[in-house]
Design a protein around this ligand. Structure first.
Ligand SMILES: Cc1cc2nc3c(=O)[nH]c(=O)nc-3n(C[C@H](O)[C@H](O)[C@H](O)COP(=O)(O)OP(=O)(O)OC[C@H]3O[C@@H](n4cnc5c(N)ncnc54)[C@H](O)[C@@H]3O)c2cc1C
Length: 380
């Protein structure tokens, strides 16, 4: 059996590893346009339980990833000159390059073939395989080639974001919201190594327009954001790496496979970065696909149908939460009219997954401080 995988991001590399591991006789090729030492972005986060799905049948990958993780138990919300800690919301962070390194080593260890610096211009170049996996991210060539058959839908959220790094560690995942004369800014910042952090800046559409970010180059934008967040950076610098302003795409597909072509990861669907699930979803797709192929070893169409029917309901639930979270961010300038504690409560409840009881159970310290604040502001 021959399997061609387009894309050497988390989805493609993990697919190469799991599929070659379960079928040692198969030839598994990954085609990736970048070299092995470059990628976009900086660090990514996972919620603290997010990688547990690996424990059941892939403890080796879990252990290798865990070695490079930064972990913390609380979130901090900075707004109106207050710093509010929401306890019990564990997250872990890792450099994207390190994650890719681990997955690359895993893939090579079982005999998958990684072809770096190879841009695929036409899916016909991949056609000499029994199965072709489109793990080629948001701008997927595989998806675009069969767009009508996949029934692709792409919409964009309103906010603009740019993904920077910062040359200092933050003690925990921090959400900073700032109003400046030109408009409204938000930064998601968290460390992913002992001395570096991701620093992702978001602005609403009006602020983007008013400031004229569209007419600035990467360096001008970097300097502008560095000034806005100078107090939080405490003397550290922002670092750019293809840090262009973008709108987050909401991608979905009515069908997940067309003949022997199947989509996984961001090529298949996106989940807004504010819930830190895109990478995990991509890797879970791979596990589900590998299982479906094991259940239907001689019948790829049945395997692909089974992959979609088992995985779709789970994906839709998480994507629903991610979309609600993204929508909350689109409206963050309005939410900022709330007092700090009310804002923090709105923030932590934004995806609809945390009701008051769950909040009390997960974040007892925050809940009691919030209740005390409410009591102090409610007229008796
Ligand atoms: C700003 C931002 C912040 C994020 N933060 C987080 C986070 O904190 N936690 C989290 O879990 N997720 C996060 N994500 C999402 C995460 O990055 C993606 O969900 C994840 O990378 C998906 O993996 P993938 O392998 O499907 O796609 P990608 O990582 O995009 O990989 C696709 C690969 O395909 C290659 N490729 C594409 N086309 C071709 C071609 N024609 N020829 C050769 N190679 C090709 C690309 O070079 C790329 O390496 C974030 C995303 C963004 C935009």
């Amino acid at each position: 059996m021959k399997i061609n995988i387009l894309g050497g991001g988390p989805a493609g590399l993990y697919a190469a590893y799991l599929l070659k591991r379960s079928r040692p006789d198969a030839t598994v090729n990954v085609y990736e346009q970048n070299n092995a030492h470059s990628t976009f972005g900086f660090g990514v986060v996972f919620s603290d339980q997010a990688l547990e799905f690996l424990r059941a049948n892939d403890e080796g990958t879990l252990d290798a990833i865990t070695e490079g993780l930064e972990t913390w138990r609380d979130i901090e919300v900075r707004i109106h000159n207050e710093r509010i800690v929401i306890d019990g919301v564990g997250f872990t962070g890792i450099a994207r390059l390190r994650l890719l390194d681990v997955l690359r080593q895993q893939a090579v260890s079982v005999g998958a073939i990684l072809n770096h610096e190879r841009i695929i211009q036409d899916v016909a170049e991949l056609d000499d395989a029994d199965l072709v996996i489109g793990a080629d991210g948001v701008n997927s060539l595989v998806r675009k080639t069969f767009e009508d058959q996949f029934g692709t839908s792409i919409e964009h959220f309103e906010n603009r974001f740019a993904w920077f790094g910062a040359t200092r560690p933050f003690s925990r995942l921090t959400q900073t919201f700032k109003q400046v004369p030109e408009g409204f800014f938000n930064a998601h910042h968290y460390r992913y190594t002992p001395d570096m952090s991701t620093f992702l800046v978001e602005v609403d559409a009006d602020t983007f327009e008013r400031i004229g970010f569209a007419n600035m180059d990467e360096e001008q934008s970097r300097q502008y954001c560095e000034k806005v967040f100078a107090e939080d950076l405490e003397g550290a610098s922002l670092v750019a790496n293809k840090s262009l302003w973008r709108r987050f795409p909401q991608i979905s597909n009515a069908k997940w496979s067309v003949g022997k072509y199947v989509l996984i990861g961001d090529a298949l669907r996106t989940a807004h970065f504010s819930i830190g699930s895109g990478t995990r979803l991509a890797m879970e797709d791979v596990q589900a696909l590998a299982k479906a192929l094991e259940d239907h070893p001689q019948d790829i169409p049945s395997a692909l149908a089974s992959f979609e029917s088992a995985r779709r309901p789970i994906v839709e639930k998480i994507v629903g939460a991610a979309n609600r979270s993204a929508k909350w961010y689109d409206d963050f300038a309005q939410h900022m009219q709330l007092p700090a504690w009310e804002f923090a409560k709105s923030y932590i409840s934004r995806s609809g997954r945390i009701d008051p009881d769950r909040l009390r159970a997960n974040s007892p310290q925050f809940s009691s401080q919030y209740e005390a604040w409410r009591a102090s502001t409610t007229p008796s």
